[in-house]
Design a protein around this ligand. Sequence first.
Ligand SMILES: Nc1ncnc2c1ncn2[C@@H]1O[C@H](COP(=O)(O)OP(=O)(O)OP(=O)(O)O)[C@@H](O)[C@H]1O
Length: 273
Amino acid sequence: MTAATTELDLDGIHATGSTLRTENLSAWFGNHKVLDRVSLTMPAGVVTALIGPSGCGKSTFLRILNRMHELVPSASLAGEVLLDDQDIYGAGQRLTETRRRIGMVFQKPNPFPTMSIADNVTAGLKLTGLRANRAEKAALVEECLTRAGLWREVKDRLRQPGGALSGGQQQRLCIARSLAVRPDVLLMDEPCSALDPTSTRRIEETIGELRSEVTIVIVTHNMQQAARVSQQCAFFLAEEGRPGYVVEHGDTGRMFGDPQDRRTADYVNGRFG
Ligand SMILES: Nc1ncnc2c1ncn2[C@@H]1O[C@H](COP(=O)(O)OP(=O)(O)OP(=O)(O)O)[C@@H](O)[C@H]1O
């Protein structure tokens, strides 16, 4: 089945991120097929929102995009994931380099709670083999906390533990930590679902500020959020025992205002899911 598409309007978007693309991506847990031939382009400079009812495979799709799916022993996949036309599952592709280029922010903020705010930001450097001296680290901490929209709130307490921050601040700290290894793509799995409305707004602003530099893919159950933060949407659905697939994708305004498929219209208008 081919997904309906609405043309994506890229006029005026000047971006330095990378384009991520899947070709006929299918996924299984054991014999259970959960995704069926998903082909989706997530362009640089564009926030792509993955929407759809619970269990349709959005998180699985996201986890395939930075090779986390393979951490589940029974998991397998078919198809391709291309980062600027290079298959991230291709022979010779280094796992640590792929995960550095494609970062992930999770539903529940997960800073290292006893580690200082500053050390949380630079925690990924060693893991990815990047080196920095003390002055470079200090500059990086300021830069990443600023880009994540947290600098002004924490600049006078960088040595306090990350766990002492509010939930919304912790999530922005996790975004800063992801940014420190200079990713090209940031994947976000329901990053605001554990946060209050004010913190949610702040994260949404951060997403808006980052999108010209980092390609962003976000899973969200909140249709207003998808409409606010994304320029492109993909609607996933798993119908009666079938694996999840993309019913329709394209420009967010048109997906919400003039969807081509009745099921998309029903979902974005809250009639199911
Ligand atoms: N580790 C796992 N082992 C076995 N099956 C899994 C595993 N993770 C997910 N699944 C199954 O894969 C399917 C897709 O799940 P997934 O979490 O990707 O959906 P989702 O759209 O992100 O759902 P939600 O919106 O509720 O988070 C579901 O049928 C789920 O039960």
